[in-house]
Design a protein around this ligand. Sequence first.
Ligand SMILES: Nc1ncnc2c1ncn2[C@@H]1O[C@H](COP(=O)(O)OP(=O)(O)O)[C@@H](O)[C@H]1O
Ligand SMILES: [Mg+2]
Length: 224
Amino acid sequence: MIIVVANSKGGVGKSTLAVHLAAWLHEQGHSVTLADCDAQHSSSDWAKEAVPGVKTVRLTDPDEIHDRLPILGQEADYVVADGPGSNTETSRALLLRADLALVPCKASMLEVRALAQATNVLRQAQDIRGGHPRALIVLSMVGKTYRLTQDMKDAATALELPLAKTSLILRQIYADAPGQGAVVWQLGSRGREAADEVKSLFSEVLPESRKAKSARRPAKQIVG
Ligand SMILES: Nc1ncnc2c1ncn2[C@@H]1O[C@H](COP(=O)(O)OP(=O)(O)O)[C@@H](O)[C@H]1O
Ligand SMILES: [Mg+2]
């Protein structure tokens, strides 16, 4: 299965979501490749440190994505592709090859309105492919006291993209994790709340990917 984390805006939480998803799938016992499709290569460097068992590849050329992504998809149980912030052709190639698109979006009216633009290529891909890839908006960097306003719900509904029930809260630990070469559940008690929410998001989005406890790999722990 090929999962792309896509939003043509930068700084919305794509790499954070992609690395955590790849790490979670790996810990459920699956073979996982993280395809870093952003020219800055931040997610592949981070994933190599945090979850060495996840294979990483850098793919930024659209033709290379078209040609290699399906092969990578056959070689691993899951390919998680971290999309670029701006390159339209790279995004298009990813969305034409993906089975599922997760679209992180900051929880603000301005950002939700901008989603129409940011998901243009996604809609084109769905149009060409008869509705594929299935896509889901994930609200990211949500203020702790935040309530989804009716305006935002209406804007999301107008896009005809479903919204994941679980959102990611704005928490310092997410911003600290790459510097520690870790994912949030490797950071001890400081990371617990973030770990709970991010794992419940993945269980919600990919319920079939959860495996029996005995099949899970032991988790790396960095505490301190
Ligand atoms: N839920 C969150 N809470 C706090 N900071 C976050 C959260 N998600 C991401 N960040 C931080 O916001 C910045 C942008 O996130 P990133 O995942 O790199 O976005 P993108 O890949 O879309 O550019 C990074 O510094 C990251 O650590
Ligand atoms: Mg990124």
